[in-house]
Structures are given as C-alpha cells and as structure tokens.
Write a protein that binds this ligand. Sequence first.
Ligand SMILES: Cc1cc2nc3c(=O)[nH]c(=O)nc-3n(C[C@H](O)[C@H](O)[C@H](O)COP(=O)(O)OP(=O)(O)OC[C@H]3O[C@@H](n4cnc5c(N)ncnc54)[C@H](O)[C@@H]3O)c2cc1C
Length: 414
Amino acid sequence: MGDFTLDLNDDQQSVRAWIHGFAADVMRPAAAEWDEREETPWPIIQEAAKIGLYSLDFYAQQFFDPTGLGIPMTMEELFWGDAGIALSIVGTGLAAVGVLANGTEEQIGTWVPQMYGDADDVKLAAFCSSEPDAGSDVAAMRTRAVHDEATGEWVLNGTKTWATNGGIANVHVVVAVVDAGLGSRGHASFIVPPGTPGLSQGQKFKKHGIRASHTAEVVLEDVRIPGDCLLGGKDKLDERLARARERATAEARAGADGGRVKNAAMATFEASRPAVGAMAVGTARAAYEYALEYAVGREQFGRPIIDNQGIAFQLADMRTRIDAARLLVWRASWMATTGKPFTSAEGSMSKLFASETAKKVTAQAIQILGGNGYTREYPVERMHRDSAIYTIFEGTSEIQRLVIARTLSGLPIR
Ligand SMILES: Cc1cc2nc3c(=O)[nH]c(=O)nc-3n(C[C@H](O)[C@H](O)[C@H](O)COP(=O)(O)OP(=O)(O)OC[C@H]3O[C@@H](n4cnc5c(N)ncnc54)[C@H](O)[C@@H]3O)c2cc1C
C-alpha cells in the first residue's frame, strides 16, 4: 500500500534537469544549422563528451537504473533538444547494447570503450543489421560470415544499409549469417575493429529528417577479423546453433509454422523498443510546447488563436496523447527492467503509439503555426520531418501491429 508512484526520485530529477540544460542551451541553438549541413555534429558530440553526457559511464548508469526510467527519461530530454543531433549522440549506444547483450566480459571491456573514445578524441560506433533486401524481414539477410578453420579468422562479405554512423564509426557491429538454413536463428554478431581492410562506406543517404545523423551503406568485401571478434565466442555459437537445429527439426516434425518461429525472435525487441518510443515523446513534446506558446501569443480577429476551441482542443488532444505515450513507454521500460514478461507486446505497443503520436502532434503543430509552421524559420517544420523516422526504424508501425496481434492471439498472423 502506498508504494506506487510515478514520481521521479531526486537523483532522476537532477539528471533530467542536467540533460535538459544541455538540450536547451547547446542542442536547440545548433539544430537548424546541422539539419541544413546534413552532417554529423562532431563539435556538439564533443561538448556532450566533455560534460560526460556522451560516455559509456553515463549510459551504463541510466541503463542499470532499477526503476527502468533512466533511459526513457534521457531519450526524451535529448530528443526534445533535437532529434538529429540526439541520434548522433545516442547512435553509438545502439551498437554498444549489441555488444553488452551478446559479448563476453572481455569483449565488452575491449570494444565498448573504443566505441566512445574520450572527450579529447571522440569516437562513434555503428550497428549494421539491415540490408537492401532484408529490412523488416530480418531472416532474409544475405551477408555471410565464414569461419576460416586454418587461421581461426572470420571472413565477412555483404552489403549493409541504413547504418547510423556507418562507415564513419570506429567500431562496427555487424550481424551476419553463419547458417543459412536456420533463418534468423542462424545469425551471429561480429565486431569489425577500427581500420579493418575491406570495410568501406557505400552511399550516404540524403534524408527527409534527422539530417544531423549520418546514415549510410556499409560494404564488406572479404573483411577478415580475428576469431575473438565473434560476440559471445565460438563455443557459445556452436551450442546455440546445435540447439536451433534440434528445435528446427522438432518444429518440422510437429508441423510448426514459420510465423511462430519469428514470434520468438521478435520478442527480443520488446525491451529495446520503449527507448525509441521515448525519443518520439521528446520530439512530440517539443512541438507541442512550441505550438502552445505560439497559440497563446498569436492574435487573429483581435484575440489569441488559442481562444478558438478549434485550436485549444487540438492542443488538449496533443498533450493527452503525449502523456499517454509516455505512460506506455514508462510501463514497458519498467517491465523490461523488472523482468516482467511482455505478454501483450507492451514494448511494441509503446513504440507504436508514441511514434504515431509524434507524427500526428508535429503535423498539428505546423497547422497551429499556420504559414510560419511551414517554414524553416520555425522549428516545428523540422520536428515534423524528424518525427517520420519513428514509425520506420526499429520495426515499422506495421511490424509493431503484427507483433502485437501475434502476441495477443498466439497465431501466425501475416
Ligand atoms: C534513418 C534510418 C536509420 C536507420 N538506422 C539503422 C541502423 O543503425 N542499423 C540498422 O541495422 N538499420 C537501421 N535502419 C533500418 C530500419 O530499421 C529499416 O528501414 C526498417 O526496419 C524497415 O525496413 P525497410 O526500410 O527495408 O522497409 P521494408 O521492410 O521494405 O518495408 C516497406 C513497407 O512494407 C511494410 N511491411 C513489410 N513487411 C510487412 C508485413 N509483414 N506486414 C505488413 N507490412 C509490412 C513496412 O511496414 C513498410 O511500410 C535505419 C533506417 C533509417 C531510415
């Protein structure tokens, strides 16, 4: 009794205020410039590194926050500042999580610090899974990793696409096929160390939004990496593949459907999706706050435009949706941290609702600002472009709905 609370504790409140200060004073004023430049904002990442906001220590602390709210709180504030710059700051974390989740202690100790560098020599990392023909359908991946028995090395060949920080990262984490007969269970993750020959940047994409974040293809041509760059190690991989083969045989005998196989793989995303939901909440909140202030200050027909119900009710709906999105995100983050099973795909629910909220709310903000909202002189235009990414990466809205429906029904809905 009396234990339930949605209040952030004192530590969380002070961390949030500290991030907010950086977002308001450093990121916001630089946002329009880096959006136009369409480049990684190195000076801003360096500023973040100087104060410890771009560091392994900081993200590890938030990741291990026992309430589960450290990461969503951080994401919301950074993306409130600016989505493109924020993605450049947190993109490394996406690759680091790949190592933390699958790597041995030694691999974590060796590679994760090299992903961040230090305040005087900032580095980035990239997570490379998507391919031109394997986006939502991860099992269609074609990049191969072949073990060279003679040298113990792995040889990687293939083309990755859409990699945040791809080609400009110090460390690349690459997901590749080691057993093509096992679908997504036959994949493994590898570290490609800095300067490895054969890894090159392909096309750099010119994007609709989050333009301060670098997105590119990564081409792998006979990339040879030491045996200990296989995350988790060879023994663990061999055991996992043997179990997967047994399971595949048992499922084939029982006539199990591929849809169920995919269900199992998709469940692993439930814990990471709320973080993307929190990014969307940050962008939505930024646009809503701007629109509210504008609606109070802008006068037409001799009165503030918020005096019209048509505008006031839109703002009421915007705020209601944002708060609902945050609650879904916090619930899913709390569930992930406290080990609650995602029996209704609550992680996917939070990402679905928050990402669609960001698209809707930023469009409403443009409408409330009228002609000004449609120009690059005002930030809501950028926020609207930025928000379109949230319903696409880390699983599209359609894939979230698919996962939720399959989880609720237990059926292989296509
Ligand atoms: C800016 C940006 C950054 C990214 N960063 C990274 C990164 O760092 N690392 C990385 O590995 N990837 C990254 N991605 C890739 C991202 O995760 C994929 O774009 C996403 O998974 C969708 O894949 P796709 O683009 O191939 O679309 P597709 O899978 O081709 O989907 C196209 C459309 O079909 C729909 N669709 C597909 N299958 C179904 C289905 N079964 N039922 C209903 N609808 C369906 C989709 O919802 C979508 O609307 C990034 C993408 C972008 C744009």
